[in-house]
Design a protein around this ligand. Structure first.
Ligand code: AMP
Ligand code: MG
Length: 340
């Protein structure tokens, strides 16, 4: 299949591209679209055949439900059975934005969107191109991250192209995404909301708005079964093995030296301060603060593929604010954890 690619510059909306992409979506085709978190692979959420094309293109396990994207709160209300007061409060505070609500569903979306669950994950993205597309489609769009299942999520259109060209009908390129990690998934079907996946909106932000928020115990304890089916799968894995290394700069350098002595070529990804104090075969600075680091992680995980590196070492980060989502993704991407 030929993949059509459009480019939209941030300073002007390309209405022609939006209309062509929306038409493909309305006709049951798959189109990769930019959002403020990562690029999503979209299809009409009310069309079962269209949704199954997403699973095929990504190689995604069919028991992993998709997030339905809508343009507004009003459109979200068409997909759900009830809207608990706590969900309404969080919708009013954080949408449009990187927060996905798990709510009782009402059968509007195709069965394969929810993977047979009685709940649905719904999100109102804030990215202007995603908003324009959703408005032009007049239908909810199911959209998981637009990568081959198990690989790092795409934060640029080139990442999508490398993984999926020839397998999808279209790709709307609007430059790099903003947050760089996926949305927070919050289950609002219980009295106290539960974070099923940490992401762009932090626990601290949520608690300021609605009081106590729980975190799915499976996120900290791998023996528990996660409530978001997708959280049980290997994810975000780079093509080169990545190890997380706890401790300070000296500790990281000791691991680099040890591996190099065994004739391994060692790549490192670390925050600016740590990176500046290290010597290795390739060092990538992720940025100086947690939001910067979040933005750069997926691109960096992909970057080492062509660098003739045998192992990537990555430093650990504090699990405060977006640091929770950063460490969740790094732990899933890593094949080993080295502590002091
Ligand atoms: P992705 O679209 O790849 O960013 O992944 C979406 C995440 O949301 C996965 O971890 C899914 O398992 C989770 N998810 C989607 N819908 C639901 C739902 N109804 N209940 C629980 N988790 C969900
Ligand atoms: Mg994904």
């Amino acid at each position: 299949m030929e993949t059509k690619r459009w480019t939209i510059h941030s300073d002007e909306m390309n209405n022609h591209a939006i209309e062509e992409a929306a038409e493909l979506l309305r006709n049951g085709q798959t189109v990769a679209i930019p959002t403020e978190t990562v690029y999503g692979l979209g299809a009409d959420a009310t069309n079962e055949a269209a949704v199954s094309r997403i699973f095929q293109a990504k190689g995604r396990p069919e028991d992993n439900p998709l997030i339905a994207h809508v343009a507004s709160k009003q459109q979200l209300l068409h997909l759900v059975d009830t809207l608990p007061p706590v969900a309404e409060k969080l919708i009013d505070a954080f949408t449009p934005g990187p927060l996905t609500f798990v709510l009782p569903e009402n059968g509007t979306c195709a069965r394969n969107v929810t993977a047979g669950l009685s709940t649905i994950g719904v999100r109102i993205p804030s990215h202007p191109v995603a908003q324009a597309l959703l408005k032009a489609c007049h239908t909810p769009i199911a959209a998981p991250s637009a990568n081959i299942s198990g690989k790092p999520s795409p934060t640029t259109a080139d990442h999508v192209w490398n993984d999926l060209h020839g397998k999808i009908a279209g790709l709307v390129d609007a430059g790099p995404t903003g947050v760089g990690l996926e949305s927070t998934v919050i289950d609002c079907t219980q009295e106290i909301p539960v974070i099923l996946r940490p992401g762009g909106i932090t626990r601290e932000q949520l608690e300021r708005e609605c009081g106590t928020v729980m975190v799915d115990p499976a996120l900290a304890n791998t023996a528990e079964k996660p409530k978001a089916p997708g959280m049980k799968y290997t994810h975000y894995a780079p093509d080169v093995p990545m190890w997380l290394v706890d401790g300070d700069c000296a500790n990281l350098q000791a691991v680099i030296d040890r591996e190099q002595q065994q004739a391994k070529r060692v790549g490192v990804m670390a925050g600016d301060n740590t990176a500046a104090g290290l010597k290795a075969d390739k060092i990538v600075s992720l940025g100086s603060d947690l939001p910067d680091i979040a933005r750069n992680i997926y691109d960096t995980l992909r970057l080492f593929k062509n660098e003739d590196i045998d192992v990537i070492l990555c430093e650990t980060f504090p699990e405060t604010s977006i640091g929770q989502a950063i460490m969740n993704r790094l732990q899933k991407a890593a094949t080993a954890y080295i502590s002091e």
